[in-house]
Design a protein around this ligand. Structure first.
Ligand code: TYC
Length: 102
């Protein structure tokens, strides 16, 4: 007797791993922190050149805020905290915040 082999259709399951959302580090303007100090912190914490740091500082100064860079959540929060603490150590109200990218 002839045998019939029934094979189950193979369904391929593809798991999509989404990339983790990146978070923006945002520099907030204030009336007290010296411009040059803001530039120094941007260079030290975000590895910017004098030119880049100066542009970011000026944008925050003129518009109120400026996006400094994007990182994974952990790194964004750590850098924002370190940069804010650098200002606090000198008695300045300098503030860096974070928010998720859309
Ligand atoms: N506004 C400050 C001043 O005039 C300079 C400054 C710029 C401070 C950007 C904070 O995020 C800032 N001395």
């Amino acid at each position: 007797m002839a045998e019939t082999t029934i094979t189950k259709p193979k369904t391929k399951t593809r798991t999509r791993t989404e990339r983790p959302r990146l978070h923006k580090v945002i520099l907030v303007n204030d009336d007290y922190t010296p411009r040059e100090f803001v530039v120094t912190v941007l260079k030290a914490e975000f590895r910017m050149t004098e030119d880049q740091a100066h542009k970011v500082m000026l944008t925050a100064h003129q518009r109120g805020v400026c996006v400094v860079a994007v990182f994974t959540k952990d790194i964004a929060e750590t850098k924002a905290t370190r940069a804010t603490d650098a200002g606090r150590a000198k008695g300045y109200p300098l503030l860096f915040t974070t928010e998720p990218e859309e």
